[in-house]
Design a protein. Structure first.
Length: 99
C-alpha cells in the first residue's frame, strides 16, 4: 500500500505542471520553447504506466482505481498539449507564408 501511495504522490507532483504548461501553450500561440519529442516521450511513459496497471498482480481495481485515474488525467493533459503544439505549429507556418 505504501508503494502505491508513493507512486500516486509522484504522479500527482509531476502532473501538477501540466495544466500550467497547457495554458502557456494556448496563450503563447507558439511552439517556441516546446519539444515535440519531450511531449511524445512523456505521453509514452504515461501509456506505459497505465498499461502496467493491467498487468500488475498487486493492482486491485476496487481499491486502486484512483492511481489509474491520475495517470489518465496526466496523459490527457499532455495529449492536449500535443494537440495545441500542432495547432500552434500550423499557425506559425501560415504566418511564415504571409511574411
Amino acid at each position: 500500500m505504501v508503494a502505491k501511495i508513493l507512486e500516486a504522490i509522484m504522479i500527482v507532483l509531476f502532473g501538477i505542471s501540466w495544466p500550467f504548461n497547457l495554458m502557456k501553450s494556448i496563450r503563447s500561440k507558439t511552439t517556441k520553447g516546446k519539444s515535440l519529442l519531450f511531449l511524445v516521450l512523456i505521453d509514452a511513459g504515461y501509456i506505459a504506466g497505465i498499461t502496467s496497471k493491467f498487468f500488475s498482480e498487486t493492482f486491485v481495481w476496487a481499491t486502486d482505481w484512483w492511481i489509474f485515474v491520475i495517470y489518465t488525467i496526466n496523459f490527457t493533459l499532455v495529449t492536449a498539449d500535443l494537440i495545441v503544439y500542432f495547432i500552434n505549429k500550423s499557425r506559425e507556418a501560415r504566418l511564415e507564408q504571409v511574411a
